[in-house]
Design a binder for this molecule. Sequence first.
Ligand SMILES: Nc1nc2c(ncn2[C@@H]2O[C@H](COP(=O)(O)OP(=O)(O)O)[C@@H](O)[C@H]2O)c(=O)[nH]1
Ligand SMILES: [Mg+2]
Length: 286
Amino acid sequence: MAQIQWFPGHMAKARNQVQEKLKLVDLVLEIVDSRVPEASRNPMMNQIVGQKPRIMVLNKKDLADPQKTAEWLAYYRKQGYEAIAIDAQHARRLQQIPQLARQMMKAKLEKQKSRGIRNPGLRAMCIGIPNVGKSTVLNRLVKKNIAVTGNRPGVTKNQQWLTADDTFQVLDTPGILWPKFEDESVGNKLALTGAIADTVYQADTVGLFGLTFFQQGYPQALRKAYGLNDDDMAQKPADLMIALSQKWGYGEEYNRAAERVIFDARQGKFGPFTLEVPGDLDGHAE
Ligand SMILES: Nc1nc2c(ncn2[C@@H]2O[C@H](COP(=O)(O)OP(=O)(O)O)[C@@H](O)[C@H]2O)c(=O)[nH]1
Ligand SMILES: [Mg+2]
């Protein structure tokens, strides 16, 4: 995973690049991680994308809590977006995305047809923070072996388009934007899900955040994964971490226990999980 260190200059440059490319497309596929749909969004996405039609693509749905994914889909639809949950990693093709795009853009396509364009096409670009699965989505959108790239006269030179189907093309390079850094819980969520490189967070903090979350949110899964009893589960998270550290033979090297909790969460040892729900956003309107 390429970890990008964002500095203000980088942010401005990334934003400009995305805005240039936005001029070339009819719609945007905003890719987010289903486990952390809001924490994995760029904080300025609405300003950057503006009025351009957008599909919220909740990727990695295989790792997320299905009930909460359904809540998020409903939330984004209520906000006026199209929204879809996918598992790009294990999907063979992602035809649902072009289909949804055509449905969303129906009025525009009809208009073009009425003007004599026989088979009007749509162009899209993927945008998201690092590690949400933009490249994987692109790969799955494109027909195998027919990943035709080519310059189109009349638009920006060297702009490569990938062909998803007869009437749907997607920009070959995704727009990469920075994650939110505003509050600590966002950092913890992104670190726990692996969006932030291991070198830029404190394992003991993130591990304790994870243990606290699973103890409250998915107690049965935690209990089963670590063979815990009622007394273990009744402990405060920090005390439970100490107990686990001893149980695993790490003694007072609590950071090793914390690292193990992080590793296990990412590996799916506690099953699918979602770290935030739309209700968490009350009073935090964008
Ligand atoms: N489980 C799961 N993993 C995924 C999915 N999509 C992508 N990944 C994995 O997430 C990591 C980052 O994906 P990548 O496409 O490189 O993200 P990008 O940085 O946004 O381009 C890779 O290890 C992918 O294999 C998904 O739907 N489910
Ligand atoms: Mg990539």
